[in-house]
Design a binder for this molecule. Structure first.
Ligand code: PLP
Length: 393
């Protein structure tokens, strides 16, 4: 079945046409190495610096504070390992949350194996951390606080400016994984007191395998990739000019259209959420009702398995995602859904639908038409549901 409705934009997005067209000349026409001196290389250098300005502008940073990487995972690794290594003489304690992306969580586990201590802050039923608990977790040897801007599964947006203020007051570096937020939510690294920020191209309709890290001027950090002198010796390797040009264009467009797209996406998202909760009994919204990403809908259905829902949706040409176990190849359901207090069975029956600017109301209506039937069909086959109905009698 061909995918007709793509509602998995938190997993990745298609490259925008304007972005694709902007990138093309950098494969065969302007292929020069940005480090060289002749004319064709100067084109690459110019493109590199233009993209740096485009990214900086959206974050309210200086271009000199933007470093290109190979994606969100690399930026997250660089922030955590780079600060840990630079500051290990000062302290070996890091604070993060239980609901971070695995690029953060697995990097923290790696650092724990190397003698660092990590506090994983819990979240409430909506997925928010408590600022009081954050303050209590801070120790004399805390060197870094890393809290994601917006969650990739449930869409919850954290009180980033408040966290930044706490970190700055204590003189602790604050990193945020803003991969889901950039291009979708207003970000100001100055006002929000952010010291390090990760972003990725393919989550905002740019290419895959390109990302950036904002490192505030003066932050002490070691490089992750050693080699040539690119990116002011902080990230070696010949620059991925085509990817960088694509990221710059994508981020510029996302910012320019943010207000308009946010309005549209919130309308579609809320129509989807309300429609699902009204039409399907024993369903529940996961994440915060209002402090959530404009395009994120995450719901749980009792008595069924997310995986089978995805297959039936796919048979109707609808692409979505679930916090169910099987997809990830592990037995445990999503750590995010467990952290907001969902019992295993409800976490298994979750469905994530994530929309982008190009999705339409007709697509939302089509999903609202198909989904109730799919859930009913699966419940009819569910022993859990059968047992529940018997109990009701
Ligand atoms: C996708 C994602 C990442 C990883 O980014 P890549 O560019 O795929 O490496 C990190 N954090 C969050 C929150 C994400 O959604």
């Amino acid at each position: 079945m061909e995918t007709k409705i793509y509602f998995d934009n938190a997993a990745t997005t298609p490259v925008r046409k304007e972005v694709y067209e902007e990138i093309l000349p950098y494969f065969m026409q302007y292929y020069g190495n940005a480090s060289s001196v002749y004319t064709i290389a100067r084109e690459s250098k110019k493109a590199l610096e233009k993209a740096r300005e485009q990214v900086a502008k959206v974050l309210n940073a200086e271009p000199s504070e933007i470093y290109f990487t190979a994606g969100g995972s690399e930026s997250d690794n660089m922030a955590l390992k780079g600060v840990a290594e630079a500051l290990e003489k000062k302290g070996k304690h890091i604070i993060t949350t239980k609901i971070e992306h695995h690029a953060i969580l697995h990097t923290c586990e790696y650092l724990e194996e190397r003698g660092f201590e990590v506090t994983y802050l819990p979240v409430d039923e909506y997925g928010k951390i408590s600022l009081e608990e954050l303050k209590k977790a801070i120790r004399n040897d805390t060197i870094l606080i890393s809290v994601m801007f917006a969650n990739n599964e449930i869409g919850t947006i954290q009180p980033i400016a408040e966290i930044g203020a706490i970190a700055r007051e204590r003189g602790i570096y604050f990193h945020t994984d803003a991969v889901q937020a950039v291009g979708h939510v207003k970000i100001d690294v100055q006002k929000m007191n952010i010291d390090l920020l990760s972003l990725s191209g393919h989550k905002l309709c740019g290419p895959k395998g390109i990302g950036a890290i904002y490192i505030r001027k003066g932050v002490n950090i070691k490089p992750l990739i050693h080699g040539g002198a690119q990116e002011k010796r902080r990230r070696a390797g010949t620059e991925n000019i085509a990817g960088i040009v694509g990221l710059g264009k994508a981020i510029e467009l996302a910012e320019k259209e943010m207000e308009e797209n946010t309005k549209k996406l919130i309308y579609l998202r809320d129509k989807l959420i309300q429609g699902i909760l009204e039409k399907i009994p024993y369903s529940k919204l996961n994440g915060h009702p209002t402090d959530r990403l404009p395009g994120n809908c995450n719901v749980s259905f009792e008595f069924i398995e997310g995986e089978s829902m995805l297959l039936l949706l796919d048979s109707k040409g609808i692409a979505a995602s679930s916090g169910s176990a099987c997809t990830s190849g592990s037995l445990d359901p999503s750590h995010v859904l467990l952290a907001i207090g969902l019992p295993h069975e409800k976490a298994h029956g979750s469905l994530r639908l994530t929309l982008e600017y190009y999705n339409t109301e007709e697509e939302v209506d089509k999903v609202l038409k198909e989904l109730p039937d799919i859930v009913s069909r699966l419940r009819e086959m569910s022993p859990l549901y059968e047992a529940f109905l018997k109990e009701q009698k």
